[in-house]
Unconditional design. Structure first.
Length: 510
């Protein structure tokens, strides 16, 4: 739990910064629109309709949509627009906050007694005076109800920004779900809930002050908000101005390898931070754009998903082809393979019910359910398996990797898309089905750096000792430490163990 408490302050700071910025931007958009829409019924229908449609889009999907939109916009203007991190999260949360603010502000303005408006006109008030002295004070208490709702929604939804590489309280929640660390999940959830309750309480104080014309309550509520922001954002003031950003996908091995890279870079004098939970294509595009500086990918992922190759090749040919392709187009750099591969592999419980090959599985697949990780069913490897073996399962279900293994153990699925470096294969005594037709390419783990660090000799010297230094047995053991051991280790602890194992192995005389 102490480790969880150490993680929270900077995450609370960045979470609050994002939520506050989204609320400020939403207010700047919604309040002028509400004022205009209150006087124009057609505009009100359009604005409320747009905001309502936005609310029907799941938060995760809305965040994902901004990534290609910002990539396209950046390409149109010649680059410079970040497609990951703060900006897409800010835009998505702003859109989410619009509806409650618009709806209550318009209702508040329309609910003012016409006699009051006529009296204001009768004493000669200008439109600006009427807005400042009559409309705004009378509509504000109603509008504040929507602002309070929007604030709570925004703080809660901001946890999803983790998926686009912005650090929030979603980091411990998503990581905890993946590695089954419920203290991380609980810490992130409780911290987000307390932030939302604090914001709602401060805004509620302002609202009651407006209703009762009590300026002291309004000042107290504003003071609490400002004090809370200053206190929560203090960790950001101490953060280093420049740091290396290490990317990671959304499973345990990636968390461990990211921390291993971080250890080596910190020892070389770099300040590091992490962007985790990235999808495969997003991670590589983020590397090419410099949104992340270094991460571990897999040869087969790049070969099929990014280079769009449908053939298979020997290890050396594949690695040389990837390195040459990267040097020509994205200008990223391949430092080298880490020494193990983490290939997709279809696996079944026990002895596989007499099934040992994917050929044999194909004859029975129509009566079986496939459990896959969140990407597999949309990946080229799955299409290649279908094409070469004619695989057609009764049903396919997607899970996060941890729950995929749980689903197999509980009998909810019959076959899973396992990972060859996962220690749970041996621990659960799973049978890995032989790919006799070579549909799945090699998945050597490879260390990649961004264009900005492709010629960074200091970084290369720090990371070069990891090349061909991690045997698959060591990676499986580190993964199992996080995924399944009784005394579950954190990714940081597993990375330190792996670092010691690498140093011990390289220190032995040959």
């Amino acid at each position: 739990m102490n480790e969880v408490l150490r993680q929270l302050p900077p995450l609370i700071a960045s979470h609050l910064l994002l939520a506050a910025a989204a609320m400020v931007l939403a207010l700047a958009i919604a309040l002028p629109l509400a004022l205009a829409a209150a006087r124009r019924p057609t505009l009100a229908r359009v604005t409320l309709g747009f905001a309502g449609i936005t609310q029907t889009i799941p938060g995760l999907a809305l965040l994902a949509l901004f990534y290609p939109l910002l990539l396209g916009l950046s390409a149109l203007v010649g680059g410079g627009i970040p497609a990951l991190g703060f900006l897409p999260a800010l835009l998505a949360l702003t859109l989410y906050a619009l509806l409650p603010i618009l709806r209550t502000a318009i209702a508040g303005l329309r609910g003012i007694d016409p006699a009051v408006m006529q009296a204001a006109d009768a004493i000669g008030m200008t439109p600006r005076q009427r807005l400042r002295l009559v409309e705004a004070p009378l509509a504000a208490p109603v509008a504040m109800a929507g602002i309070r709702t929007a604030a709570v929604w925004t703080i809660g939804t901001a946890t999803l920004a983790t998926t686009v590489g912005y650090p929030t309280l979603g980091n411990p929640i998503f990581a905890g779900l993946q590695i089954e660390r419920w203290d991380l999940v609980l810490g992130g959830c409780v911290a987000a809930a307390l932030l939302a309750l604090a914001a709602e309480g401060a805004l509620g104080l302002i609202e009651r002050g407006m209703v009762r014309r009590d300026h002291r309550r309004i000042a107290a509520g504003l003071g609490l908000i400002v004090a809370g922001l200053l206190l929560a954002l203090a960790p950001l003031a101490r953060a280093p101005a420049r740091s290396v950003t290490i990317g990671a996908k959304n499973f345990s091995e990636q968390y461990i390898l990211a921390r291993l890279i971080g250890l080596r870079l910190e020892q070389a004098g770099y300040q590091v931070r992490y962007r985790e939970g990235l999808g495969s294509t997003v991670a590589f595009q983020a590397l090419g754009r410099g949104d992340i500086d270094v991460y571990v990918d897999y040869a087969g992922t790049l070969w099929t998903g990014v280079m769009h190759r449908q053939d298979t090749a020997p290890r050396d040919v594949m690695l040389a082809g990837i390195e040459a392709w990267m040097a020509q187009r994205p200008k990223t750099a391949l430092i080298g393979p880490l020494g193990f591969q983490n290939a997709y592999a279809l696996a079944m419980r026990g002895g596989g019910g007499g099934v040992a090959t994917i050929d044999a599985l194909a004859a029975r697949a129509g009566a079986l359910t496939l459990g896959a990780d969140l990407e597999f069913l949309d990946r080229p490897e799955w299409r290649a398996l279908q094409r070469r073996y004619g695989l057609s399962f009764r049903a396919g279900r997607a899970y996060s990797p941890t729950f995929m293994y749980r689903a197999l153990a509980s009998g909810q699925v019959d076959v899973i898309s396992a990972f060859s470096s996962d220690g749970r294969i041996a621990a659960d005594r799973l049978t890995v089905l032989a790919d006799t037709r070579g549909a799945i390419p090699r998945y050597d783990a490879i260390l990649l750096v961004s264009p900005g660090h492709a010629r960074d000799e200091r970084m290369t010297r720090a990371l070069r000792p990891l090349v061909n230094a991690i045997p698959v047995e060591a990676m499986r053991r580190a993964n199992l430490m996080v995924d399944r051991d009784t005394n579950k280790a954190t990714p940081e602890a597993a990375a330190r163990w792996l670092d010691r194992a690498i140093r011990s192995r390289t220190a032995r005389p040959s």
